[in-house]
Each structure stands twice: as structure tokens, then as C-alpha cells.
Design a protein. Structure first.
Length: 70
């Protein structure tokens, strides 16, 4: 999820994307997305296991994959 004009990016893992997007867009979840009003889904990936999804999440958070794309 992102605020495109402020370049704020939230990266997370979920087993139910539709539910999670609904929760974030309606500020039902306390935390980063509510605090910074991050409500726009810009990309998602599917994985065969939670472990591979978490590994990918860490790669994105530690890298600069999204920082330089506009």
C-alpha cells in the first residue's frame, strides 16, 4: 500500500488479501497504515508458503527496490 505523492510504502504479509485491504482502507487496523493514511494498493505477490512470503517481505524492506521507482 502506498501514498504515491509522499512516497510512503507499507509492506506486509497476509493470507487474505481482500480482507486485509478492506481493514487498511477503513482504518480498522491500528498501526502504520492508519497513522500515515496509507490506503492505496500498488502491488502484490503470491507465494506458495508463508515462509517464502516473509523472506520476500524482508528482501523488499531491506532493499531499495521501491525507493527509486516512480
Amino acid at each position: 500500500m502506498s501514498i504515491y505523492y509522499l512516497s510512503t510504502l507499507y509492506v506486509g504479509v497476509t493470507s487474505d488479501l481482500v480482507k486485509r485491504v478492506y481493514e487498511h482502507k477503513n482504518n480498522l487496523v491500528e498501526g502504520f497504515t492508519k497513522k500515515y493514511s496509507v490506503h492505496r494498493l500498488v502491488s502484490y505477490e503470491t507465494h506458495d508458503s508463508a515462509e517464502s512470503a516473509i523472506t520476500r517481505e524482508k528482501q523488499i524492506k531491506n532493499g531499495n527496490e521501491f525507493r527509486n521507482s516512480k
